[in-house]
Design a protein around this ligand. Sequence first.
Ligand SMILES: Nc1nc2c(c(=O)[nH]1)N[C@H]1C(S)=C(S)[C@@H](COP(=O)(O)OP(=O)(O)OC[C@H]3O[C@@H](n4cnc5c(=O)[nH]c(N)nc54)[C@H](O)[C@@H]3O)O[C@H]1N2
Ligand SMILES: Nc1nc2c(c(=O)[nH]1)N[C@H]1C(S)=C(S)[C@@H](COP(=O)(O)OP(=O)(O)OC[C@H]3O[C@@H](n4cnc5c(=O)[nH]c(N)nc54)[C@H](O)[C@@H]3O)O[C@H]1N2
Ligand code: SF4
Ligand SMILES: [Mo]
Length: 754
Amino acid sequence: MASPVAAQPNKDRLPSHCCFCSMQCGIELVRTEKEPGFEVKPSPDFPVATGRLCQKGFHSMTHAVHPDRLLHPQRRPSAWQAASDGASDTGPSSAAWERTSWDSALDDIASRIRSIQDRYGPDAVSVFGGGSLTNEVCYLLGKFTRVALKSRYIDYNGRYCMSSAAAAQNKAFGIDRGLSLPLEELSQSRYIILAGTNIAECQPTMMPYLLAAKKRKAVIVTIDPRQTMTSRIADIHVPLQPGFDSVFVSGLLHVILNERLYDAEFVTKHTDGIDEVRAAVHEFSPDRVSLYTGIPVEVIRTIARGFAKAESGVVLTARGLEQQTNGVEHTLNYINLCLLTGKIGKPGSGFGAVTGQANGQGGREHGQKADQLPGYRMIDDPAAREHVARVWGIEPASLPGKGVSAYELFGKIDDGEIKAMIVLGSNPVVSSPNSTRVAEALRKLELLVVVDLFETETAAYAHWLLPGTSFLEAEGTLTNLEGRVFHRAQALQPPGEAMPDFKLICTLADRLGRGKYFRFDSPEAVFDELRRATAGGKADYSGITYERLIAEQGVFWPCPSEGHPGTPRMFEDGAFAHPDGRAQLHGITPQKPAETTDAQYPYILTTGRLGSHYLSGTQTRRTDALMKKAAAPVAELHPSLAEKLRLRFGDKVRLTTRRGSLVFDVKIAQEIHPTTIFVPFHWGGSLSVNRLTNDALHPISRMPEFKICAVRVERADRELYGAGTEEKAPDTGVTVQPAANEKVRLRTASESGI
Ligand SMILES: Nc1nc2c(c(=O)[nH]1)N[C@H]1C(S)=C(S)[C@@H](COP(=O)(O)OP(=O)(O)OC[C@H]3O[C@@H](n4cnc5c(=O)[nH]c(N)nc54)[C@H](O)[C@@H]3O)O[C@H]1N2
Ligand SMILES: Nc1nc2c(c(=O)[nH]1)N[C@H]1C(S)=C(S)[C@@H](COP(=O)(O)OP(=O)(O)OC[C@H]3O[C@@H](n4cnc5c(=O)[nH]c(N)nc54)[C@H](O)[C@@H]3O)O[C@H]1N2
Ligand code: SF4
Ligand SMILES: [Mo]
């Protein structure tokens, strides 16, 4: 039976928050007679989605009380032996785990870290963090890497998530906060464009805000290669082939500029760069864009005019267009749309990149990123180093410089520069692109420590596996997709010997001889230091206290003093965060994705999510009720392609990319773009679509191209039907309109001469 913690005032109703998406709906564990003694109900108090939960939320406790939970530290003696003998093939190991005490685990890990650093220098040890962790743990991971390990190498799974949106918002606005407006204002908006964001499955409790807007006659547009649950509520759905967002938006901007529908006063007063936009979109007339994308000219005109003329408007983007080697540029073009039409910083108007993970927002603010210190301070800025070093009580010169992005860490392991990694709160063997390469790199490590709730696919390569605490067992603060910081109380006792992450980090720092910098007896003590470290930074938390968070049900950052009310709406009256207070428009010249289709790989593979599963699936695959909804990934493809392949009921398809080949069940989906195949990524092993995805990275954000790669599609059992060989690719391109791929030619920057 789960047991509540002593600190809870009412032991029959324990308040907490769902652990999954960035909505961070409030929950209550309500006592029942049935095992495990509590059931999850929506919280009546938390203002974001009061009284509502989605299917994952209702089942969020199931994995936390699952018998697979790790209860004790464990090591793999024979794998270790192989590694210390210099063998490179140490994982995945079938060697049995050996249970140990925390003392011997931490002593051994510390002594191996020391030995590795003595031999190869401090940067040989790296940290891989996560966006599900509390602000306090994210902050401590960054500090631990720089102060206890003295290493430059930390990054985290949010690099795979929010990095392109962050880069774009920083370029355009000078600051990166997921949504520029609070959710309640969405329902007042008159025109809402949802691009590459499947809210109905990924942030389901946001839907009522959209439906409320619709009820007030707002127009809703969805832009997605698939008709999703979200596009069902749309007035206009734009079925775009993956990779074409910048082209399409350039068409909208062309209409807005040509027909003088932009907000000239706002643009002059608050923005720079309209001439660059004008030049860049010059040749993207609606006719041309229609030719490229197959979207009718009238649709382009209708959306452009409708959005520009609406009293208020919001554009929301998400991973659909951001997880691309052109993701920053796609996002910037959508931001252009808001800025040119003056739809930002006013009630019901704004831009938002819908944050993904529970603490996807706070997780990117407090120093888990390779180039950042807490509060979004940049690690190569002398003033920022000075400030943070003072708070930490160290010399600025002793702070390491910037490291490399999440995926590049695995490259450094492969090259032999990184010899040890601590993974806390992520499962990169399932969630990284071209994941076979990641697994191969991990095999080379001398020391891999995984701190998790479960034995993940990544743990298969670990020497040490340490039991972390779940969301129900650890107190802390998180920041939701709106930028609302809130407090999550501890509800339950940790099972077995599971140790709260903050404590584990502090204890390990102590074992490394750096304990004096990590003397925190509670998450609140960590938060108080975080407040000082972020003071004066862009993500300023200095005015936020635990007391306020509990009394006010959350506070929006920036909040620079205790008397400050917080900032629900950003850029009020056009006040942007660049030093001159102006926003920057960007002329975007659409570019091709890293991999284009050809005769061998004629289709496009895109990947994403299902409503019933979460990320690498570690948690939701352990929940029977969710597995009943989706037990395995299914490849969605268009009927025309099914016909081409002569698929019969129950057939499977083989998907082959330049990285590998896997077999999937099929769903024939009328609603998907005919050139595109969609596969969700929530499974491991031979069901893991990331064995196929492209590891090309955006040049600035270092975001991998999860959303586009070239793929060959064959009927898996074609041999049985004698329908050809594996080597022979199906015909090039699908003939179904619109936008058969071979008709589309994007110009490169040099071709267009801009
Ligand atoms: N159920 C569930 N909810 C989740 C998660 C989960 O795993 N499961 N994960 C959370 C996290 S961490 C995140 S980041 C968010 C992600 O939330 P989303 O970004 O909304 O989710 P995805 O399914 O990755 O992608 C969204 C849509 O992009 C479309 N798409 C693909 N390529 C393109 C393109 O080139 N252009 C456009 N316009 N669209 C394209 C896909 O068809 C898909 O419908 O969800 C969060 N919520
Ligand atoms: N093909 C493809 N790949 C993708 C994406 C895509 O759209 N397509 N999306 C990318 C995106 S947006 C994201 S965010 C990443 C996410 O990818 P991952 O980081 O792999 O995601 P999770 O499955 O959430 O992994 C978190 C792990 O931490 C553990 N955990 C949860 N809470 C805690 C805690 O409090 N403490 C500790 N110690 N452990 C905890 C969980 O059990 C789980 O094993 O995947 C990326 N990968
Ligand atoms: S919407 Fe997100 S936070 Fe809310 S219950 Fe569902 S998964 Fe949890
Ligand atoms: Mo994400």
